[in-house]
Design a protein around this ligand. Sequence first.
Ligand code: F6P
Length: 357
Amino acid sequence: MKIGILTSGGDCQALNAAMYGLVKGLYKKSKNKVEIYGIKDGYTGLIEGNSAKMNLSDFEYILKQGGTILGSSRQPFKKINDEYKNGKTKVGCMVENYKGMGLDCLVILGGNGSHKTANLLSEKGLHIITLPKTIDNDIFGTDMTFGFSSAIDRATEYMDNLKSTAVSHNRIFIVEVMGNKAGWLTINAGIATGADVILIPEIPYDIKKVKDHINKKFSQGKRGIIVAAAEGILTLEENKLSKKAFIEKRQKEEISDSAQNLEKQLKDQMDAEVRTSVIGHIQRGGNPSAYDRILASRLGVEAAKLICKKQFGYMMAIQNGKINKCLLKDIAGKKKIIDTEDEILNQAEMLDICLGR
Ligand code: F6P
């Protein structure tokens, strides 16, 4: 049995742990009758035919290692049918290289965009199994993605550390957390640090509500305010604009991102000093949390079992604590964002956190 593995899209913690679980499971279940091929730098390696045969020992010590030993890249789905070389499309090259390598299955560790490509490859007849990775936790069909728990830890530690300086200077700190369309990371890290305000892309915010809440906190004697703000937040007014009008507005106001937009509004309208701190890619870096190591290993092992049963076209998922499989065609192209009725939002509000609504 010949199995290819690739890691695609933005990296996250526990990609290596998932490969460790997968490869160990494959060796065990097939009684060592398996050959593993690592494809370099995500779909780019599959397009270019860049892969190397690997041994069990290559995966033995990577359980707790951050990043991905295979490398990763972004290959946007909307460009996957573009010509790559000699009249061949990128997807055409991927199919050709899969066949040329004589693979029995390709295991893809990826996020939302990668799942669209994985589904396309599956529709073209390739044997595909996927594992859900991303710090954003926005993959439809799974309760959790691996990478998410570690990123919460990273963002929590960062905000905890900001708190002392925010208190000393009695400043308002806006902390930009990753997540363009989904606020899972922001809401969880915000609750974990006892943030005063949490703004997420799913709830366009009313700046007046934010201001009033901060003023209330100051009047109660609180020093140092933390506003956890996801990358993709919009004001109520911005949310009503077309994409074109929104871009024009931001250009006219010389605003490059949402945190800067929020900072400008707070600075204009509040007496306290305002500072913005961007956590950035550190949220995806470093060793995975224990939870992520366990989740990723379990997903990997169950993927191995499915492959040995010759069942393909699935994403492995955790649902109510159990590892299950979802049909790729049922989940590809869908995004799991926070429902505005989700209980976690009400629980945050009960903790006297303002969500800008
Ligand atoms: O992988 C998800 C993510 O970390 C998002 O949270 C973030 O918006 C984006 O990737 C950043 O992408 P890049 O690494 O390409 O800057």
